[in-house]
Design a protein. Structure first.
Length: 260
């Protein structure tokens, strides 16, 4: 059973995913603990169907922009799909992303043996790593779609083992995405490092949500585990429509009658 600082302070960590400079500027003025530049920018900012097409160069550009906007925040940047297929490739990719963007940490998905070795190597050379298990979007095709993990005993056992192995490898925190609440709670109680939940109940040490989902900046309803606090897509659409209509009315009023 763990006994770390968070438990003693009874504090919940708050993490938001952010992709752009101006949003980062706003979040820099808040009390949010972490910012995540997720490879979900592929879906949200670039219009890809999944996170798989996101390239390292894109992550570098967006991560650097967020860091410039929020210089006072601890920022985590995702290593995108295909950039850490081997330990050596992972070291090169993480170093490039870390150096260019000046973020505080990188995040990678999974807990296979080579990924655990990669985490050990990265932490040894001074690159902090956040882990990520449960629903791992980069592996959505292999996993067979989006669903809650840890529903049966075998799945729950594998998740707990993965979390323990990640902690041993050196991650400073682990994201639990779409993990059954009871299993997320068990993992949280067993680890001495913080757990950050997304669609994993409210018993984790912290929560992460995509800012664009929280504010509903897109046309579609966010995932069911996120309850939007606004519908800014609708609000912005109404404001722009009113602006355009007003311009049309002004233009009509300024038309001079023809002289015959």
């Amino acid at each position: 059973m763990k006994n770390h600082k968070l438990q003693n302070e009874n504090k919940s960590l708050q993490m938001l995913t952010c992709y752009d400079f101006q949003s980062a500027q706003m979040l820099n003025e808040t009390e949010v603990d972490f910012l995540l530049v997720g490879d979900s920018l592929g879906n949200v900012m670039l219009g890809y169907d999944t996170t798989v097409p996101v390239r390292l160069e894109e992550m570098k550009i967006f991560s650097a922009a967020v860091k410039r906007g929020a210089p006072n925040k601890f920022i985590v940047a995702d290593l995108p799909f295909g950039t850490y297929s081997t330990v050596e490739q992972g070291i090169q990719s993480a170093t490039e992303l870390f150096q260019y963007s000046q973020v505080e940490s990188v995040k990678l998905e999974g807990a296979f043996p080579y990924q655990l070795e990669l985490i050990q190597r990265l932490t040894q050379i001074g690159i902090p790593v956040m882990g990520h298990i449960g629903l791992t979007p980069q592996s959505v095709h292999e996993l067979g779609g989006y669903y809650v993990h840890g529903k049966n005993e075998d799945s729950a056992k594998k998740l707990l083992e993965a979390a323990m192995n990640l902690q041993k490898a050196g991650v400073f925190a682990v994201v639990l995405e779409c993990v059954k609440e009871e299993i997320a709670t068990l993992i949280t109680n067993e680890l001495s490092i913080p757990t950050i939940g997304i669609g994993a109940g409210n018993k984790t040490d912290g929560q992460v949500l995509v800012l664009n989902d929280l504010l509903q900046l897109g046309p579609n309803r966010p995932p069911k585990f996120c309850t939007p606090i606004a519908n800014l897509f609708k609000t912005k659409s109404e404001l722009i429509t009113n602006y355009l209509n007003k311009n049309q009315e002004t233009a009509k009023a300024n038309v001079q009658p023809s002289v015959h």
